[in-house]
Ligand binder design. Structure first.
Ligand code: TYD
Ligand code: MG
Length: 453
């Protein structure tokens, strides 16, 4: 007979302890350990194990023919998945409540079902009628898109086995509930067990599965950090509250590049793809204003032009403020130190704010030169030519180092009509054939300053 055992599980990271602790030793969160009863597995997940009882085969003889990708037709969505959906893959999508996860998947499922696939949308949060109302707003019309309002894992598995859909979404994993565990829905034990069973089912039957997960206040996927290892792809759907655009970002992808992003805009009739994000991010740029520069950041395979803004103003604090949004704080501190030392600028009594317009995050050394130039431009109250794009990594000695994929970035800048690009000398030597924009190769901050100010 199954024997019940009491354990204490951290609701943040899934750490388990035989006795109660005030602070989780794994993730250092306070008061996250909650008592849970686990039934000793008298009947381990019998038929639900990954793989079949095959013997090992030579790698050259394993067929990958069935791995053909399924395209939804929503370009931004397909690209983030690595060029379409891989059959049998499990994708976890996290995001703040209300950001548009349910909307995105309903639209994607609508597109997939119009291509003839049977899609099953399982919601534990909304009733069938509520989903229908949303679908009407989005103009979803497809008899191949099935809606199920259900939270019980056992009944979900039963339905999936009966209907045999090609893709399924669970909205959200925090509402899943298995009766084999006595703990409440949403607790870490329930989330792990239920999602685990779904993942195993997906792998076994070649069913592509999306799992929607809520995000905690500190931005990590609530509870199922353990899940991140079990799924193939982890996507985050992000966006600023006040802004209409949303970014779908891959943080783990077994079938494609990570850091790939898809940009959408939330409209009256749902999410719309933004095929040229650079245009969007630069649309409200003030021209001839000190502290504003344009840089080009590679997001996965795609170059995106964004506006970096810096504001430098005299500080009245003992320790001046350094605030960064969208760029790494320590990177900015380092670059400010290089600027002070190499260009003899005194910033110790200045507050410095650096922001990436539009709520985008850039974390690439190629935007270093842009950050330094924006800070210097704001401090000196001298605007930088709005037709210029800056590229380059800045070293501690004030040298400008070469960057990767310079040509792709130049192409994007040329496409949007930028006239000039300041870039590392090593890159400009290799790109002599590029006519537009005009190239200005620099090897040190001094050379760059001669051009800019
Ligand atoms: P939703 O998909 O329910 O978010 P999540 O599942 O991540 O919690 O999105 C809800 C928000 O999207 C809500 O604030 C309204 C907005 N929205 C639109 O602006 N246009 C639309 O067509 C739809 C369906 C939603
Ligand atoms: Mg939702």
């Amino acid at each position: 007979m199954a024997k019940a055992k009491i354990i204490f599980a951290c609701q943040n990271c899934g750490y388990q302890s035989p006795k109660w602790l005030g602070k989780c030793p794994d993730c250092n969160q306070w008061n996250t350990l909650v008592e849970e009863r686990v039934e000793r597995a008298a009947h381990p997940r019998g038929d639900l194990t990954v793989g079949s009882k095959e013997d090992p085969s030579p790698i050259t003889e394993i067929s990958t023919a069935e791995e053909g990708r399924i395209l939804s037709g929503i370009g931004e969505f397909d690209r983030v998945l690595g060029g379409g959906l891989v059959p049998g893959s499990v994708i976890l999508i996290g995001g703040d409540p209300g950001i548009g996860k349910s909307t995105l998947l309903l639209q994607a499922f609508s597109a997939l079902s119009q291509r003839g696939l049977t899609c099953l949308y399982i919601s534990g949060e909304e009733s069938q009628r509520q989903i229908k109302m949303r679908a009407e707003r989005l103009g979803v019309q497809s008899s191949k898109l099935l809606i199920l309002s259900e939270t019980s894992l056992e009944r979900i598995i039963e339905q999936v086995k009966k209907i045999k859909p090609s893709v399924v979404v669970i909205d959200s994993i925090q509402t899943l509930f298995t009766s084999s565990l006595p703990s409440a829905p949403g607790s870490i034990g329930q989330v792990r067990e239920s999602s685990g069973s779904i993942i195993v089912l997906a792998k076994k039957s070649g069913l592509s599965t999306f799992l929607i997960g809520h995000v905690t206040k500190d931005g990590s996927l609530a509870g199922p950090r353990v899940l991140e290892h079990m799924v193939d792809t982890v996507l985050y759907f992000e966006g600023e509250r006040g802004h209409n655009f949303r970014i779908l970002r891959a943080v783990k992808n077994r079938f494609g590049s990570t850091n790939e992003i898809g940009v959408f805009e939330m409209k009256e009739a749902g999410l719309q793809e933004v095929t040229n994000p650079s245009e969007l991010f630069l649309s409200e740029r003030p021209l001839q204003v000190p502290g504003s520069v344009v840089v080009c950041s590679m997001e996965g395979t795609r170059p995106i032009l964004v506006e970096l803004q810096a504001l430098v103003s005299p500080s009245f604090l003992a320790v001046p403020r350094r605030t960064t949004i969208g760029v790494d704080y320590n990177r900015v501190a380092l670059l400010v130190a290089v600027l002070e030392k190499k260009m003899s600028v005194n910033l110790f009594n200045q507050d410095i704010f650096v922001n990436v317009a539009g709520g985008v995050h850039v974390d690439e050394p190629a935007v270093d030169l842009g950050i330094v130039a924006a800070v210097a431009s704001s401090y000196q109250e001298k605007p930088i030519d709005p037709q210029t794009v800056l590229l380059g990594e800045v070293g501690l000695a004030g040298e400008i180092r070469g960057i990767a994929q310079a040509e792709a970035r130049l192409k994007e800048a040329g496409k949007l009509g930028f006239k000039r690009c300041i870039l590392p000398l090593s890159n400009s030597r290799q790109l002599g054939h590029v006519k537009s924009p005009e190239l200005a190769g620099v090897s040190s901050l001094e050379e760059c300053w001669q051009i800019l100010f």
